[in-house]
Design a protein around this ligand. Structure first.
Ligand code: FES
Length: 128
């Protein structure tokens, strides 16, 4: 299980007051094998957080958002908040045109569709 998965399990075990919950949005994540998966995410979740409901969530390469390994192709940008200054700087340095950094890109509505290049798997977590 990824660190985000552990975090989500702890959060769900502790529960959150209903007043803190926000409306869920729907987005589509296209995995490296071409399969498309609709997932639900709360406003302000990053794409990495949104992918935690998948069996193989988006792989990350750093704890502080500077490596660029989480770049995804944006197929439909509806529902994605504009890049922050920090993400825009990293996109210029680490990504190709049309990409966003999944650990930075935040959900602001429904409709986003992104193609993921790298996912977590049991094999990758074992270092194979
Ligand atoms: S995981 Fe390193 S920049 Fe996103």
């Amino acid at each position: 299980m990824t660190p985000w998965g552990i975090r989500n399990r702890i959060k769900s075990a502790l529960g959150r007051p209903k007043a803190e919950r926000t409306a869920g949005y729907t987005l589509t994540l296209v995995l490296p094998d071409g399969s498309a998966h609709e997932v639900q995410a709360e406003e302000r979740y990053t794409l990495v957080m949104a992918s935690q409901s998948l069996e193989t969530p988006i792989a990350t390469g750093c704890p502080d958002g500077h490596c660029g390994n989480c770049a995804v192709d944006v197929l439909d940008e509806r529902g994605l908040a504009a890049p922050t200054d920090a993400e825009a700087k990293l996109l210029r340095e680490k990504a190709k045109p049309g990409q966003r950094l999944a650990c930075h890109a935040r959900i602001s509505g429904s409709g986003a569709r992104v193609r993921i290049h790298s996912v977590w798997s049991m094999e990758s977590s074992r270092g194979a």
